[in-house]
Design a protein. Sequence first.
Length: 278
Amino acid sequence: MSRVEHIRRDLEDYRAAQFITGALQDISAMRMQATRKEFEKNIGFFKDMQQLYRIVKAYAVRTIPRGKSPKSRKTHLYVAITSNKHFYGTLNRDIIFSLLEKLPDAKGKDCLIVGETGWQYIKDTEHEGRCKRILFKDDMPTTQESDALLQRLNGFERVFVFYPKFVNPFRQDVTMVDITETPDLETEKKVSVDYILEPDIPALLTFFETAVRSMLFGHVMLESELARSAARLMKMRNAQERARELATERQARLHKEIGSLADMQLLETFAGYTQWKK
């Protein structure tokens, strides 16, 4: 294959990549807008429920005598929320690295990896044996998948979830949240014990640890989807810009090669004409 044909094929590939990344960018933008609208619509409600859950949990810790807790539980579980897909930049890797920073000092504590890409980072490390993997059919779980996961979380006293937090369309951070809303000592001190609660606190706590925790977990998954959509949007935008730069460079190189080829043909013509005159 001549150099000109090779450059032409490269140029076609880069233009195709530019078109595909542009289409994926548009899809990511529409998906992010829809998810963000749903997220912002419910964020106030979720924060209120989270605060109420925190109060009930702190009140229960102070009023229920030790040893009479409804369930005997293990200590801590660390959960990493990652994606089954790629094209999210370093987001999935950063979540796993944040998890690994906690695990060395978490002796006797288990971890759960949600998503295929997260498991790819954790396997073949010293922590593989203590971590379990769970895969959803898609990144956003169905109701049945969420219920099955929450059932696995019920056996632990505290559950720390690492997930991508949406800051703005250009920035996503990794954050950790305790979805059990277990209060610290300062929170316990601030909670008054003069409340009259119906039904009694053990029954109320059971309700919050099922229905309300399910809503809070759904909020975490929704924000994770929003952050991933934003990350993919930026990744596709950068890829499209890179493809555009490479296409422009190949276009210039193609013109140069065609010009060089034309000059060579012209020189051969003059050389042949000179030989013919002799």
